[in-house]
Design a protein around this ligand. Structure first.
Ligand code: R5P
Length: 288
């Protein structure tokens, strides 16, 4: 079966790489808005009889990008694709993974269910906290991790002795395996969040040393990362690297983090900080 990789303009570079790696065709989705702001989408190649792989990063204006991605799946289905696979390099709404207050939205459940028309939805390092496996919410979901790529990047770039730090307990899903691959010490900080933008890091007793690499999945307001950077500084760290898998980079997060640390992200959400390319993990997964 012929494979057709399709994407929106912002993930074109990544999707073309994936298409090359799979020896597949590539096509672009373009969108326009009606005067009332509804979105209209069109694809520039025929998906009939093909395995269609849609690559979509749904950060920044997530509601618009969710709709756009759902429409892309609809086009592929209506025009006879044999199989429709979504690779969601960043899947939003996963942090609301239960009803926190009475009558509020359990967003991860409500949103994942909208994707039932896709044969498979492959997410990359989704935010798994209270729900440990997205299949609990939607059977067609699975995930892959960029941990080996992050470890490879660190190994290539940083030769000095360093400690890996996880800025909160959930981040141990990334900090622990990366430290294990590299054979380095890992310290996970305890964090308390009072509101979406107000958090405090409880002081950790472990020593961190001069060189510190902090790893987290999402950098949104940057408060979690900046809190960990601050703690590392107080403990005497001189060289601090802040690695986020998904650089949502809302508000003044970049300024906040870069005050005392180098900021590095993967290209699940492409930006000028995307130094770690994830195309290989996508290609490997899709070849299986
Ligand atoms: C939450 O636990 C996540 O793993 C991240 O730590 C969090 O989303 C980062 O958000 P912010 O940058 O707004 O502190």
């Amino acid at each position: 079966m012929t494979t057709l990789v399709i994407s929106f303009p912002e993930t074109k570079h990544l999707a073309e790489k994936v298409a090359r790696g799979l020896k597949a065709e590539y096509a672009t989705l373009s969108s326009t808005r009606f005067p009332d702001y509804e979105v209209k989408l069109s694809l520039d190649k025929n998906p009939r009889g093909k395995k269609v792989i849609i690559i979509s990063s749904m950060a920044h204006e997530p509601d618009y990008k969710l709709v756009r991605t759902l429409l892309a799946g609809g086009i592929a289905r209506d025009y006879g694709a044999k199989e429709v696979i979504l690779v969601a390099t960043y899947f939003p709404y996963l942090r609301q993974d239960r009803h926190f207050f009475e009558y509020d939205s359990f967003s991860s459940k409500h949103i994942t269910r909208l994707f039932s028309e896709f044969d498979k939805v492959i997410t990359i390092d989704p935010h798994l906290h209270r729900i440990k496996n997205l299949k609990i919410l939607a059977k067609n979901f699975s995930h892959i991790t960029t941990n080996p790529l992050i470890a490879k990047y660190i190994k290539k770039r940083f030769k000095d002795k360093f400690v890996i730090v996880g800025p909160d307990e959930e981040s141990s899903q990334w900090s622990d395996p990366v430290a294990k691959i590299l054979g380095r010490k890992v310290v996970v900080i305890k964090k308390h969040r009072y509101s979406p933008s107000k958090i405090r890091d409880e002081k950790t007793k472990a020593s961190l040393g001069r060189n510190v690499i902090i790893i987290d999945d999402i950098i949104s307001t940057g408060k979690t990362m900046a809190g960990a950077v601050e703690l590392a500084r107080k403990k005497g760290a001189k060289n601090i690297i802040a690695i986020g898998i998904h650089g949502v980079l809302a508000g003044d997060s970049v300024k906040l983090i870069r005050k005392h640390a180098e900021l590095i992200t993967t290209n699940t959400i492409p930006s000028r900080f995307s130094k770690i390319d994830i195309s290989d993990v996508i290609i490997d997964k899709l070849k299986k």
